[in-house]
Design a protein around this ligand. Structure first.
Ligand code: NAP
Length: 498
């Protein structure tokens, strides 16, 4: 039996598009890229709140094989990422394979037919030889169930569902959350609102952001001599890599480097915020790197404004016109902004029900055992599944280094599948176990286990208390592994052995 498509790819963001590019290169042209949103770009389509920008310099935060000389700033605004996504879809002729407004609910491996049966919320069944899940890490918005929130009569905006027509000028606004999103958004709201109250549960480490417009002359140079942009990328990659490896992954060996980063953030806070009590409240009590640190020159300064107040008393409940904190104080508001992040470990991983060989349910397997995936991409008993947003897959450097190393893995794996005239691959239990043991051991030196992270409330940690998101190797090592992993780590089935 022949499936309708070579591959069904769930997600039309940079992950799904990267996988599609790799598959096309390997000669797979019958692709179906499905996305629940109404356009491509993933997180850069969904998010368009004021202040949105990348927080990894754009020379690095882009595909290395498709450099964009047109970034207007070192840290490009979100809208430029959305345009870059459109450019990629056009350049690699991906749009014709994309369908939007399609919510994929379930996928089941058909072991007799050796392909995936994918079911949408509308009940449609789509079949594909390969299933690629590229649904993002941060794609299931978290909306806390605050007591009484339904009785609140004002406007409620989650940062992932921003209403561009909503003008907060002259309004009393509350922002709940102080993660990377809030750090970008709060200075923008503070400038417009009549009064802003920021409800903080856990402070975040914030270091200065060295950002500036890229002059047109440099952009022209990048366009005419691509090697110059490549060199800029290499320098930035090396800096980020050093920060990640030394400060986070090798915390045990290089604690002073981590402490230096924390000192920089504290100095930044000291120089930015006038009020001592506010400074104290904004100072984290967990180690730098337990939670994703952020970059901003404007966030701390917003708390010097007369219209902006930091509230650290926990939220007790909502009423019709505001928020009541546990100390009994009432903050009247017109608009509530939920910068409350994403749910990774309960409703993501995976974002749809995936049933593999012998009825194994991926979500249940991960929850009942440990979150795991060989090289952060394949799982035993899930033949022909390429799960891009897997445990231990995320390269701390950038999502693009993550996807590019996965594209490398796909090329090697599918190249071997083609060489053998096979119809399916499946990673062995032994190879998967060995990889899990290796990443677990490596993480033993990281800030997550050697540092003080217990008060961080970091989404890097799952319900088992494991920091199972980051791949604890350098990106150089992950690229090397993608092109050299032992092919004997996989079993291949040919039509004769099915
Ligand atoms: P986040 O880091 O998970 O932050 C969510 C915030 O909401 C936290 O401060 C959290 O407090 C608070 N919160 C959640 N539930 C709460 C509750 N019930 N009561 C009070 N506070 C509550 O989410 P995010 O800020 O959206 O950022 C997520 C990630 O997206 C970032 O780490 C980053 O990787 C990425 N991001 C990237 C960019 C960029 O590159 N431009 C921009 C934004 C985001 P606790 O800490 O106490 O839980």
């Amino acid at each position: 039996m022949t499936p309708e498509f070579d591959a069904v790819i769930v997600g039309a963001g940079f992950g799904g598009m990267g996988a599609a590019i790799a598959l096309q290169e390997m000669g797979y042209s019958r692709l179906s890229i499905l996305d629940r949103e109404d356009d491509l770009g993933g997180t850069w389509h969904v998010n368009h709140y004021p202040g949105l920008a990348v927080d990894i310099a754009s020379v690095t935060y882009s595909y290395s094989f498709a450099p964009n000389p047109n970034w207007t700033r070192l840290f490009a605004p979100g809208a430029e990422l959305k345009r870059y996504a459109e450019h990629i879809a056009d350049t690699y002729d991906l749009r014709h394979a994309m369908r939007f407004g399609v919510l994929v609910e379930r996928a089941e491996w058909d072991d007799d037919a050796q392909f995936w049966r994918v079911t949408t919320a509308d009940g449609e069944e789509i079949t594909g030889r390969f299933l690629v899940t590229a649904t993002g890490f941060l794609s299931q918005p978290h909306t806390p169930d605050f007591p009484g929130i339904d009785s609140f009569t004002g406007a409620v905006l989650h940062t992932t569902r921003w209403d561009d027509a909503h003008d907060v000028s002259g309004e009393r606004v509350a922002v709940i959350g102080t993660g990377a999103t809030a750090v970008q958004l709060i200075p923008e709201i503070a400038e417009r609102a009549e009064a802003l109250t920021v409800f903080q549960r856990t402070p975040i480490w914030v270091v200065p952001k060295i950002d500036f417009p890229i002059p047109p002359v440099v952009r022209r140079l990048f366009a005419r001599v691509p090697a110059t942009q490549k060199a800029a990328r290499k320098v930035n990659d090396a800096l980020l890599e050093a920060l990640m490896i030394v400060g986070v992954l090798h915390f045990r060996q290089a604690k002073p480097m981590n402490k230096a980063a924390a000192l920089l953030a504290k100095a930044h806070l000291r120089l930015s915020v006038r009020d001592r009590a506010t400074r104290r409240a904004l100072t984290p009590d967990y180690d730098f790197g337990c939670k994703r640190p952020t970059f901003s020159n404007k966030y701390f300064r917003a708390f010097n404004r007369r219209n902006t107040r930091l509230e650290t008393s926990p939220i007790e409940r909502f009423d019709a016109d505001g928020i009541v904190t546990v100390d009994g104080r009432h903050t009247p508001i017109d608009t509530l902004v939920l910068a409350t992040g994403f749910n990774l470990w309960d409703v993501n991983f995976p974002a749809l029900q995936i049933i593999g060989r012998e009825g194994r349910d991926l979500g249940a397997f991960w929850r009942d055992n440990r979150f795991q995936a060989y090289e952060g991409i394949t799982v035993p008993r899930f033949p022909n599944l390429l799960s891009l947003n897997s445990p231990y897959s995320y390269s701390g450097l950038s999502y693009f280094t993550t996807i590019e190393s996965q594209m490398g893995h796909m090329r090697r794996l599918l190249g071997e599948l083609q060489r053998r005239d096979a119809v399916s691959f499946e990673v062995t239990e032994e190879a998967n176990d060995a990889f899990l043991t290796e990443v677990t051991e490596r993480l033993g030196d990281s800030v997550f286990y050697r540092g003080q992270c217990s008060t961080a409330r970091s989404y890097y940690f799952n319900q088992h208390g494991e920091a199972a998101l980051l791949r604890p190797t350098s990106t150089t090592a992950s690229f090397r592994a993608a092109s050299t992993f032992p092919l004997s780590d996989y079993e291949f089935r040919t039509p004769a052995t099915v």
